[in-house]
Design a protein around this ligand. Sequence first.
Ligand code: ZN
Ligand code: ZN
Ligand code: FE
Length: 762
Amino acid sequence: MLIRREIEVQGIVQGVGFRPFVYRLAGDCGLAGLVANTSAGVSIEVEGRPEAVANFLQRLPVEAPPLAQITRFAVRELAARESRGFEIHPSRAQEPARALISPDIATCPDCLRELFDPHDRRYLYPFINCTNCGPRFTIIQDIPYDRPRTSMAPFTMCPACQREYDAPRDRRFHAQPNACWTCGPSLQLWTSRGDPIATSDPIAEAARHLVAGAIVAVKGLGGFHLAVDAAKEEAVARLRQRKRRVEKPFAVMVASAEIAGQFCECESDSLALLESPRRPIVLLPKRLPHPLAEAVAPGHRDLGIFVAYTPLHHLLFAAGSFSALVMTSGNLSEEPIAIANREAVERLGALADYFLVHDREILRRCDDSVVRITSGRLRQLRRSRGYVPVPIFLNEDLPPVLAVGGELKNTVCLAQGRQAFLSQHIGDLENPEAFRFFEEAAAHLERVLEITPQIVACDLHPDYFSTRWAWRQKRMECIPVQHHHAHIAACMAENQLEGRVLGIALDGTGYGTDGHIWGGELLAADYAGFERLAHLEEVRMPGGSAAIHEPWRMAVSYLAAHFGRAFLDFPIPFVREIDPPQTNVLLQMIERGVNSPLTSSCGRLFDAVAALAGLRHRVNYEAQAAIELEMALPQGNDDLAYPFPVFQQATHWVMGTRDLFAGIVRDLQDGSPIAVISQRFHNGLVQAFVRAALLARQRTGMDRVCLSGGSFQNTALLTRFEACLTGHGFRVFFHSQVPAGDGGLSLGQALVAAHQWRRGSR
Ligand code: ZN
Ligand code: ZN
Ligand code: FE
């Protein structure tokens, strides 16, 4: 007796070798039938003896290819029709439904072997790939994922490539970017003005220039990198100067995880992460001494390091004598990364000495992802290449909603049903280029996911570019979401929490419901709403955003708030170092409340402490002072903490900072080292919030705490919070799939807006 079954598979099943896998498995099981990509995923029909079909159904989810991720799997009975053989059908566009697109995947070991095999027909071919590796998200124009809808469309496969593509047992069967020396994309080396340089080996030539200390712009998967030999101090310094990037650390690329281990302290989990097919930049402690230029990550304990992920990268390392390359985004300061060849020459011509380009177009800009491992878990700092567009899986159904994120480190999120898709890292929307990218990224997500949002969620801040854009969209209902509520909701969503939780949201800036700038908050929140239970004591932020760039302003503000002008007589270095006329202007602004909004920001508190402790008065990049205060911590921890009392104010609690600053001033007078001050500050801050959380638990009975916000990128702060809260019997939740900072904000906005919309429409 024969039976026939139809199997609908949803999830990441296109562009990951799923159909060839099904073909082989059906063959193994002795089944006839067919497999096809649909816009919903993959549709399979199998026919054969019942035990053979059962065997197939059992093995299908277990043996699926490594990059596949099955989210839904439905089996339906069909009438047997005695078909013979197993066929792979061309893609069919169907009813609107979502097929998940694979992210870009690093060159696999099989392809690497062929790349360096002199007898292989793709020996040294810089665009080698297969069904298990290569570009995906960045070359897709539309779905279903098939060659004509990718930037491989202009390249017609040669007979040899076509044979592989058509042969179900070949590992390039239906590999859409399949190509070779005869038929595929090719490389060129250009001068800084975009003139091609005549050479038979552009890679060897580029490698020679890198060895000589030149800056080479290299076209990658999701955009251009600017590359220099990371061991050459003056080359790295020149890159900094041309890129106008003073101190912010550069990431370095190496040929293998083994080599990364020579530069950084790698545990087995970080080695696995470095070599994973997603190939993020991993932040790891520098091994000291190490042979890289100091200018790569000046003053930093950690180094951002990643392993070559395209054939071109591997060939560059094979051709040059360098062991590490600085590989920084091909852009000027905060602009989006350049992706097109001519655009790159226009924008980067003054930065790069040479351009290593190719003719496979990048359709989707996608920066490198940045991650680290803290408390044994992956932490996203920038979620982009390799992770996008893998969805965050939710435990409830959402209406179609688009969330547009914040202002800095922007991402957008498009959600429907049980899936939330975060875009790649977009950047700082004040930049017009980045804003265009923002619109483009949102439109592309809508198209390839076939989601038409009914709701648009945005930040409460009226002046964010994303907020203003959201209010202009007449086709959707606009729902503004408070910044820290969104942070906590993002943490809840990725942990699949329901109900009401306590939320500690610590960051630099977020618009509050009272128009003040929040950022040191304890909330009670569910998806639909929140209550502000406690916050850091508010002070003035003299000069508004100027205070973000000049932490000394915040130190003056705290001192003036707590001690009046009397602090000017304190015998501490900070008072001696500040400029009296400037300080006087600042004090007048504070006293009169001119251009000095009130803030409870945790980031600004870090700034003030860092400046007061003598670390720096001005920053060159976001959060630099806070990062340096963290780096000043001694190894190991003790319980010493500045007093940081919690007192009741009307309906909520305030964490007072007067005793904290009195303590720091005393330590400065005694000449205590910065390490001690940093330690006592970190511990005091944690203890203040834990005391507030204990009060909140008493009042509400809640014992789940979600931690979120950019300040938790501070590993020491995160681990102290986790330890202290857990020690007091709280259940603590944090991020691992999306960034704790504003890069994860859009996820929370989507959840909150969906819930508020549902409540409103009932
Ligand atoms: Zn491969
Ligand atoms: Zn070919
Ligand atoms: Fe934030």
